[in-house]
Design a protein around this ligand. Structure first.
Ligand code: C2E
Ligand code: CA
Ligand code: CA
Length: 524
C-alpha cells in the first residue's frame, strides 16, 4: 500500500514540476494556472495529511494486535501453568520447578503435600461454590502468611504442595507444619458460614525417599493420606507405608486424568420383561480402559472415586453419556427404552444435583420417564436429608430404584417414606436359586412385599435357566443377567437387541408350555 502511494506522489510532484517548468518557460503563468497549481498543492497537502493519519492508524492497529497476541499468549501460559481456582502454580509448573530446584544445589530438601480435611464432604454438602471459595481463601492466606521465597502450588482437588529447599533437621520441618496448621486455625468466613479446617500433612525427603520430583510428590501424597488417621495429622513418608495405599494414590491420580483423556466408557445390560420377553430397559455400567493396566472394573475404581470426590464429575459424565446414547438408541429403534443409572451418595448431596439431572435431560432430549436412578440401601439411612431431594427428582418425572435390595439396611420404613418405584433383588439371593430349589424365602418375600407396595421388581445376576424359571413363576417383573446378555456397548445393544429379544421370547414360550404341562399333570 505505502509503496504504491509513494510512487503516486512522486509522479504527481513530477507532473507539477514539469507543468510549472513549462509555464515558466513559455512565460505562460496566467491567473488560471496559478489557481490550478494552488488547488493541486492544497489537495496534495490534504492527501499527505490523510495518508499520515491512515498510516498512524495502521501502526496503532499493528501495535494493538501485537499486544492482544501477547495477552493471549500470556493467558494460555497462565492456564497451562496455574490453577484456575486458586491462581497458584499447578502440578505441571510445580513438577518443572521442583525438578529445576533439585538440580540447582546439593542441599537436602523436603516436599510437603497437605490436604484440607473433609473438603470432599464440604463439596458434597454445600456444593462446589463453597469448596472453590474455601480453596481460594486458603491459597490467599498461604500467600499472605508464608515467605514469598517458598514454592507453593496446588495439586488436583484439595491438595497443596510446598517445596522446602533447605532444612537443618526434622524439627525444622515439624515447626513449619505447626505454623501451617495454625495459619488454618482461624475459621474461614464463606457466604455467611464459618468453616473450620484442619490439614493432613505428608512429607517426603530428597534424596532420602526419592530422587525424582514425581516420586517425591507421590510419596508425600501417600503420607498425607495416612496422616488422616493420626492424632497430629502430620506424617513423614516411610517405605513401609502400605503398597495398597501406593496403588490407591496412583489409581486416584490416573483416574483424575481418565475423564480428560476419554478413558471411561459405558456398557449396557438389558433388562428383560418376564411376561413379554421385550427388552424395555437397560442398566448403564461404567468401564475404565486404563492405558497401562487395561480394563478396570467399577468395583475397583468407584470406591476410589467416591473417596476422592472424583465421583461427582464421573457420575455427571455417566449420566449425560447414558442419556445421550439411550436417546440415540430410541431414535434408531423408533420406540422407548428405559435407562437405569447408578448413583453414589456424594452425587445426591451435591447442592445442584436435581438441577443437573434436569439440564442433562433437556440437553440430551431424553424424556424424564425414560430415566431411572439407582440408589443403594445404605443411602436411605439419611432419610431426612434424602426425602426432599428424591421428591424433587420424582417431580421431574424420573423413577427411582433401590439397588442390591436386602443387603444393606435393617429398617424397611424408608420404603414407606421415600418415593421409590422399583426394587432390585441382589445377585446373592438369586444365586441361592439352584436346580433343586423349591422355594427361596428371601426372593419370595421381596417380590411379595414389592407387590403389596405397588413397586416393580428386577432380579439381577440371573445366569441359569432354572433361576429364570423360578423368578418368572414368582412374578418378578424384570430379569437382568448373563443368561440373556453380558453388559455390552450401545452399538452392540443396537445390533443384537432383536436377536436377544427373539431368543428370550422363545425361552419364555417354552417355559410357559412346561408350566402348562406341569399344571395338567398335577390336576390329573
Ligand atoms: P451393580 O449396580 O449391582 O451392577 C450389577 C453388577 O453385576 C455389574 O457389575 C454387572 O456386570 C454384574 N452382573 C450382571 N449380570 C450378572 C450375572 O449374571 N452374573 C454375575 N456374576 N454378575 C452379573 P459391574 O459392571 O462390575 O459393576 C459393579 C458395581 O459397580 C455395580 O454394581 C455398581 O454398584 C457399580 N457401578 C457400575 N457403574 C457405576 C456408575 O456408573 N456409577 C456408580 N456410582 N456405580 C457404578
Ligand atoms: Ca445397579
Ligand atoms: Ca445391584
Amino acid at each position: 500500500m505505502g509503496k504504491r502511494y509513494s510512487i503516486f506522489y512522486l509522479l504527481l510532484n513530477l507532473i507539477l514540476i514539469i507543468l510549472f517548468g513549462v509555464s515558466l518557460f513559455t512565460d505562460n503563468l496566467t491567473v488560471v494556472n496559478i489557481i490550478i497549481f494552488s488547488i493541486v498543492l492544497i489537495v496534495q497537502v490534504g492527501l499527505v495529511n490523510y495518508f499520515k493519519v491512515l498510516h498512524q492508524d495502521i501502526e496503532k492497529k499493528v501495535v494493538d494486535t501485537e499486544k492482544d497476541l501477547m495477552a493471549t499468549e500470556e493467558k494460555i501460559k497462565h492456564e497451562r501453568y496455574f490453577d484456575d481456582i486458586t491462581e497458584l502454580p499447578n502440578e505441571r509448573y510445580l513438577l518443572a520447578k521442583i525438578k529445576e530446584n533439585l538440580h540447582a544445589n546439593s542441599s537436602d530438601k523436603a516436599v510437603l503435600v497437605f490436604e484440607i480435611d473433609r473438603l470432599s464432604s464440604i463439596k458434597s454438602f454445600l456444593g462446589s461454590v463453597y469448596s472453590d471459595c474455601l480453596l481460594r481463601n486458603v491459597a490467599q492466606r498461604l500467600q499472605e502468611q508464608l515467605s514469598d521465597q517458598l514454592i507453593i502450588g496446588k495439586l488436583r482437588d484439595d491438595q497443596f504442595v510446598i517445596l522446602i529447599d533447605h532444612y537443618e533437621n526434622h524439627d525444622d520441618i515439624l515447626n513449619f507444619c505447626s505454623q501451617l496448621q495454625s495459619i488454618m486455625e482461624t475459621p474461614f468466613e464463606i457466604q455467611y458460614s464459618s468453616l473450620n479446617n484442619s490439614l493432613n500433612i505428608g512429607i517426603s525427603f530428597y534424596p532420602k525417599d526419592a530422587e525424582s520430583e514425581l516420586d517425591l510428590i507421590k510419596f508425600a501424597q501417600i503420607a498425607a493420606y495416612e496422616a488422616r488417621n493420626t492424632h497430629e495429622h502430620i506424617l513423614f513418608y516411610e517405605e513401609s507405608m502400605s503398597d495398597v495405599r501406593t496403588v490407591k494414590v496412583t489409581l486416584e491420580n490416573d483416574l483424575f486424568n481418565a475423564l480428560k483423556n476419554n478413558e471411561l466408557f459405558l456398557v449396557y445390560q438389558p433388562q428383560v420383561n418376564t411376561m413379554t420377553g421385550e427388552i424395555s430397559s437397560m442398566e448403564a455400567l461404567v468401564r475404565w480402559q486404563h492405558p497401562k493396566r487395561g480394563l478396570i472394573s467399577p468395583g475397583e475404581f468407584i470406591p476410589v472415586a467416591e473417596e476422592s470426590g472424583l465421583i461427582n464429575p464421573i457420575g455427571k459424565w455417566v449420566l449425560e453419556t447414558a442419556c445421550y446414547e439411550t436417546k440415540k438408541l430410541q431414535d434408531h429403534l423408533g420406540r422407548s427404552v428405559k435407562i437405569a443409572v447408578n448413583l453414589s451418595l456424594c452425587q445426591l448431596f451435591q447442592g445442584d444435583f436435581v438441577q443437573t439431572v434436569k439440564q442433562i435431560l433437556e440437553k440430551t432430549g431424553l424424556s424424564p420417564q425414560s430415566l431411572q436412578l439407582e440408589l443403594t440401601e445404605s443411602m436411605t439411612m439419611n432419610t431426612d436429608h434424602l426425602t426432599p431431594i428424591l421428591h424433587d427428582l420424582k417431580s421431574l418425572g424420573v423413577t427411582l430404584a433401590v439397588d442390591d435390595f436386602g443387603t444393606g439396611y435393617s429398617s424397611l420404613s424408608y420404603l414407606r417414606d421415600l418415593p421409590i418405584d422399583c426394587l432390585k433383588i441382589d445377585c446373592s439371593f438369586v444365586k441361592n436359586i439352584r436346580p433343586d430349589t423349591s422355594n427361596e424365602p428371601i426372593v419370595d418375600m421381596i417380590i411379595s412385599m414389592a407387590k403389596h407396595l405397588n413397586l416393580k421388581v428386577v432380579a439381577e445376576g440371573v445366569e441359569e435357566i432354572t433361576q429364570f424359571n423360578y423368578l418368572m413363576k414368582s412374578k418378578c417383573d424384570f430379569i437382568q443377567g448373563y443368561l440373556f446378555s453380558r453388559p455390552i456397548t450401545i452399538e452392540q445393544i443396537s445390533n443384537t437387541l432383536c436377536d436377544v429379544q427373539r431368543k428370550t421370547r422363545e425361552m419364555i414360550q417354552s417355559l410357559q408350555e412346561q408350566h402348562t404341562h406341569e399344571a395338567v399333570r398335577k390336576s390329573l
